[in-house]
Design a protein around this ligand. Structure first.
Ligand code: SME
Length: 160
């Protein structure tokens, strides 16, 4: 069956509003986690053309690379390390306007300039994180944080 993604051509907020129900529809009824995260990463990439978008999955005391779109990335990130490990440790969404100003940032690519990392929780425990990188400085704000948090809350309760 052909799958088509509708992409709003207006504001960022409108793009999220159009995207989220489609991601939910794509994942609903599909029990395979990799398939659902892969399609979610693709839908975000297609909608926003982010430089890098992907998931890291909690495995013991590390984050391990999951489905993503973009250049190759580091495979494992320790608890508390980099932006991703910090968001996990601090149990909160991190918006980083300039990655070079973030102590301990892990540079998978020197082209990445700003970043947002959103925890994914199941039964209150972080099971994965969503990481989005931009090639532009200061590319993420509260609009991204609000909608990506909503997406991650849904993924955590429905797909994990
Ligand atoms: N910059 C991240 C590492 C992951 S890559 O950006 C894909 C970090 O500091 O945790």
């Amino acid at each position: 069956m052909a799958e088509e993604l509708l992409i709003a051509q207006s504001s960022k907020e409108e793009k999220y509003r159009v995207l989220l129900p489609q991601v939910k529809a794509l994942c609903t009824g599909e029990p395979n986690l990799v398939a659902n995260l892969a399609n979610t990463a693709s839908a975000l990439k297609m909608t926003f053309d982010f430089f890098w978008i992907g998931f890291y999955l909690v495995e013991n005391d590390e984050l391990v690379l999951g489905p993503f779109q973009g250049p190759i990335a580091c495979t494992r990130i320790a608890f508390g390390k980099g932006v991703c490990g910090s968001a996990w440790k601090q149990n909160e969404t991190l918006v980083v306007p300039d990655v070079d100003a973030f102590p301990g940032h892990i540079a998978c690519s020197s082209d990445s300039k700003s970043e947002i990392v959103v925890p994914i929780r199941k039964n209150g425990q972080i099971v994965a994180i969503l990481d989005v990188d931009s090639a532009a400085l200061n590319d993420f704000d509260q609009v991204d944080a609000i909608h990506l948090n909503e997406l991650c809350e849904w993924l955590g309760t429905h797909c994990f």
